[in-house]
Design a protein around this ligand. Structure first.
Ligand SMILES: [Zn+2]
Length: 175
């Protein structure tokens, strides 16, 4: 029993340490995802993440969590936990937003035409939950020539060292 309590305590401490950078990668089952309504998103995400992910908001450059982040790992959707971008594809675009040359997998990110603000841009969103991520531009570096300009509020970085840990949620989708 004491061993169990000790293990629980250690697990809690580890969890707290991981939350220094925003929050942990959310795990949302397909069933739960289908049932989430607008009210639920507001409660789950909090004001800033809700504004960006669900209202197509844009955060301020150079004043967001990941624009200058260099820790190796995988960037997951802050809405549903889907793996979206890899640190290996991140580059310094000088824009003040985290920028990537490509998604972690082609099917992870969807695109729409965005005609807001007097511009025609390609909006990108999480293909799984529809959460707005940012925009893509044809001025990125090799090898793709594409720049995915993404809001940090849409992302949660799972550092490489922590990526091997088994998920403690039974709801995690099998991938
Ligand atoms: Zn998502």
């Amino acid at each position: 029993m004491r061993t169990l309590l000790l293990a629980l305590g250690l697990a809690l401490m580890t969890a707290c340490a991981a939350e220094v950078k925003l929050m942990e990668v959310p795990t949302v089952s397909d069933k739960d995802l289908a049932a989430i309504d607008d009210q639920d998103w507001q409660e789950r995400l909090g004001p800033e993440r809700y504004r960006v992910l669900r209202e197509q908001g844009t955060e301020r450059p150079f004043a967001n969590a990941y624009w200058d982040e260099k820790t190796p790992g995988v960037y997951h959707c802050a809405g549903c936990g889907s793996a979206l971008f890899a640190s290996a594809d991140k580059f310094d675009s000088g824009t003040g937003w985290p920028s990537y040359t490509k998604p972690a997998a082609d099917e992870a990110v969807g695109e729409t035409v965005d005609r807001n603000h007097g511009m025609v841009r390609t909006e990108v969103h999480c293909a799984r939950c529809g959460g707005h991520l940012g925009h893509m531009f044809p001025d990125g570096p090799a090898p793709t020539g594409t720049r995915y300009c993404i809001n940090s509020a849409s992302l949660v970085l799972q550092p490489e060292a922590a990526a091997d840990k088994p998920s403690d949620s039974a709801d995690a989708p099998a991938e």
